[in-house]
Design a binder for this molecule. Structure first.
Ligand code: GDP
Length: 424
């Protein structure tokens, strides 16, 4: 049955959580397939406002099964805290609506420590990590030096595996960073607390999804961040340490050979970027502050002010390509209502040449944005629910972007609330 991925086209924070929350109504399963607790989805619905980091956004819908796939950085400590917060707001989370893959690797306390230690060592050359341990976690995963969630069911084996890992990890902690070594007894207490709590949630989720598919159930795959942060296709090294693209959804969900039918790419009507790295269309000063305030552009996890600028067609077209997007959700159109003229970065200028392709990451430092302006609509569009009711200039903006990026814009979002959108 139908399989749809919802992914970020650019730097992340495009409003994926809001779109997943809306679309979950049509799906039986919602799956997170990569990333960890390092970024946040903001969801506003009838239960309140939530900042989700690891929980799939389908958690608010009755009857929806939510899955954390094998590709995620399974941070049990953060997940536990997040669950308690969401439960305290009246949402039920049980082994009946949250399944965790037995093949997901565990993000351990030392990953968070190592993230902080390495950013401190890098000083002013830091990558802008959120210090949630994601990069050290994925490096260990690729070295096969992690514990899988399913190992919690084999305590004797787990103890031996953990002892080996501690011996290895302490070489780095003490020898490279001069930090305190980890003691087995301390870490075992951590396993007893979180391991016991989460055991009932852990399953072979690949099998669950395959059986669901056979039974005609539909699945939604929810990505974190955007394609500019993809480890292979993003702005290396200012990327995350996993694949944020739709092509990874089947791999990170335990159904590697399955085809995704629809890829909804989420694009913000202007650009934002959190953290370090090249950001060609960046605005500074008052112009930036005005847009930041209008869009409330502060990080969901860190509260950091986001870097802002006009929509970047070059980057967005590349993002559409990387994601294989079949439809676009254009979010935060309402935020731009204050603008007299709507700026659009149509091309880059690189060493005197006008280019329309997204260049090699190092070359981005030498790119300058080429800006064109469209007429603004200067009216509040937040309560409009029909395409034909949008001001003509707002429609022209949507049509302009659609043509420039080469992908149909199916949804136009005009507010954070669930129903504040237009479907075309
Ligand atoms: P995500 O990680 O892609 O889900 O994005 P974030 O949650 O970090 O950021 C999106 C923010 O924009 C959230 O605070 C949403 O509630 C909000 N949002 C999403 N769509 C819209 C929209 O169309 N208009 C407005 N004003 N806010 C929106």
């Amino acid at each position: 049955m139908s399989k749809c991925a919802i992914v970020g086209i650019n730097w992340g924070d495009e409003g994926k959580g809001r779109m997943v929350d809306l679309l979950t109504e049509k799906y039986d399963y919602v799956v997170r397939f990569q990333g960890g607790g390092n970024a946040g989805h903001t969801v506003v619905n009838e239960f309140g406002k939530f900042a989700l980091h690891l929980l799939p956004s389908g958690i608010f819908r009755k009857g929806v099964k939510n899955i954390l796939g094998n590709g995620v950085a399974l941070d049990l400590e953060n997940l536990y805290d997040e669950m308690q917060t969401v439960i305290s707001q009246g949402i039920s989370i049980t082994p009946d609506n949250l399944y965790i893959s037995d093949r997901a690797s565990l993000l351990l306390p030392w990953h968070r420590d190592l993230d902080g230690l390495e950013e401190a060592r890098l000083k002013d050359k830091k990558y802008g990590s959120t210090k949630q341990g994601i990069a050290p976690f994925y490096s260990d995963k690729f070295q096969k030096k992690t514990i899988l969630a399913g190992e919690l069911f084999y305590p004797e084996h787990l103890k031996e595996h953990l002892k080996d890992l501690i011996e290895w990890k302490n070489l780095t902690l003490t020898g490279v960073y001069g930090a305190e070594p980890v003691k087995f007894d301390d870490l075992w207490k951590w396993f007893e607390k979180y391991g016991e709590f989460f055991k009932p949630f852990i399953k072979d989720t690949g099998r669950v999804l395959k059986e669901a598919d056979k039974a005609g159930k539909s699945s939604l795959f929810e990505a974190q961040l955007g394609s500019r942060r993809d480890m292979d296709y993003g702005i290396h090294p200012y990327t995350t340490s996993s694949n944020t693209i739709a092509a990874y959804a089947p791999v990170g969900s335990g159904i590697a050979a399955t085809k995704i039918d629809e890829v909804v790419g989420v694009v913000k009507a202007y650009s934002t970027c959190v953290g370090e790295g090249p950001f060609v269309c960046e605005w500074f000063g008052e112009e930036a502050e005005e847009l930041r305030k209008a869009g409330f552009e502060y990080g969901a996890k860190t509260g950091r002010p986001r870097r802002v600028g006009p929509i970047d067609i070059v980057a967005t077209r590349y993002g559409v390509e990387c994601q294989g997007a079949t439809a676009i959700a254009l979010t935060k159109m309402d935020v731009m209502s204050y603008m007299e003229k709507i700026p659009v970065c149509t091309h880059y200028e690189l060493n005197g040449e006008i280019i329309d392709y997204f260049p090699f990451p190092v070359a981005l430092n030498d790119c300058k944005p080429v800006i064109e302006y469209l007429d603004g609509w200067k009216s509040d569009i937040g309560s409009i629910r029909k395409w034909e009711d949008l001001p003509e200039n707002a429609r022209k903006y949507v049509e302009y972007v659609e043509k420039a990026i080469g992908c149909p814009i199916k949804y136009v979002s005009l507010g954070p609330e669930r129903d504040a959108y237009i479907e075309r």
